[in-house]
Write a protein that binds this ligand. Structure first.
Ligand SMILES: C[S@@+](CC[C@H](N)C(=O)[O-])C[C@H]1O[C@@H](n2cnc3c(N)ncnc32)[C@H](O)[C@@H]1O
Length: 346
């Protein structure tokens, strides 16, 4: 069976496993309702929960220790965390021969890819198993396994809000429609870059990303679509591009995967890279400041056990303040998920 490059047509075994995992995730919503009912009884005033996040985790674990739905929720979450990457990789193994032709065809095209074998990735990224799928470079085809199978066949089915529509909506939020040179920081396999491409079809689009495997997939995607993306393996907070290279610098959910000092550097780098009058458009996960203590506990707990080592530190930051510190003016922050920060270089 020949495959089109995108939208994987899984074989029966892989499809069954992927469907099972997605259905388990959907079914766990009912388990969550049981946990929420127990919490409503046992936590009458969320504002009285401990301020310290580690204490809050321990407090809630103790409070829910005899709640069967909570135990089940933990087991399901752990199973999902351990299995989703493995199931996606196994589903890929079954179809990889079918993809040979499409992969080869997408080597040719207008996109360019510059890898840097000497790049030293930062310790906060190198070898870390994000989302428990594995390190971003942890599979020779992680771009396909994560960007196509995990995202399209799993996450898109149970994550609220439409993960691709959300990217397209954010891309369109920048104030102008005549950008000429756009940078996507942390472009990964190119999902948000696609949103930027569709919103600003006449712009030259550049993506930087640490993972060679994710970049390879973005490059093939662009070639298959006839898009002239310029893709580089670079550190987003230290790209080495000349000052003023872009008129829009954007990102989608890279920030919660970085510690606070790297985020501050990234905003400064975005400022440096913009020409005067250029726009910044960054988006990330819900700020802890926009949630009550219970919602913060849920997000923090999900991050701790879901392979998100930097989420707590990142979601605790006021990104609008960091943008102002970097020099941006007319800074505005809006939305919960995704939380969007915009600003302009004067
Ligand atoms: C959650 S993914 C977001 C991907 C993409 N923006 C999208 O819309 O799908 C985060 C990506 O950021 C990359 N990344 C993390 N830290 C980075 C850094 N300092 N410089 C460049 N890329 C980074 C990761 O390798 C990963 O591919």
């Amino acid at each position: 069976m020949n495959q089109t490059y995108q939208d994987p047509q899984l074989r029966q075994r892989g499809r069954a496993s992927v469907d099972f995992l997605a259905q388990m995730a959907i079914a766990s919503n009912d388990v969550r309702k049981g946990v929420d009912a127990a919490i409503a009884q046992r936590v009458p005033d969320p504002s009285a929960l401990p301020d310290d996040l580690d204490e809050r985790l321990a407090h809630m674990d103790a409070l829910l220790a005899d709640c069967g739905a909570y135990t089940m929720q933990q087991l399901l979450g752990d199973w999902h965390g351990r299995m989703h990457g493995r199931i996606a990789a196994e589903a890929y193994e079954e179809i990889k021969r079918d993809l040979t032709e499409a992969f080869e065809a997408s080597q040719a095209g207008p996109a360019t890819l510059v890898l840097d074998p000497d790049l030293q990735p930062p310790a906060y990224w190198d070898g870390v198993s994000f989302h428990r799928t594995g390190p971003w470079d942890g599979h020779p085809e992680m771009g396909y396994v994560h960007g196509e199978i995990v995202h399209k066949k799993m996450v898109a089915r149970f994550f609220p809000g439409g993960i691709f529509q959300q990217r397209r909506d954010v891309a369109k939020m920048a104030p102008r429609d005549d950008y000429k040179r756009i940078l996507d920081m942390g472009c990964s396999s190119g999902h948000f870059t696609t949103g930027l491409q569709l919103a600003y079809p006449d712009a030259e689009i550049t993506g930087v990303e640490l993972s060679a495997e994710m970049l390879k997939h973005a490059w093939r995607t662009a070639n298959a679509k006839g898009w002239s993306w310029k893709l580089y393996q670079k550190l987003a907070e230290d790209t080495g591009f000349p000052d003023g290279s872009f008129d829009l610098v954007a990102s989608y959910i890279i920030l919660h995967e970085m510690p606070a000092d790297a985020i501050r550097k990234l905003f400064k780098e975005a400022f440096r890279l913009l020409e005067p009058g250029g726009d910044m458009l960054m988006s990330d996960v819900t700020r802890f400041a926009d949630m009550d203590k219970l919602a913060v506990w849920k997000a923090d707990r999900g991050a701790k056990f879901g392979g998100e080592p930097h989420w707590r530190e990142s979601a605790s930051l006021d990104l609008a303040e960091i943008a102002r510190e970097a020099g941006f003016v007319d800074v505005k922050a809006e939305g919960t998920y995704p939380h969007v920060i915009q600003g302009r270089k004067p």
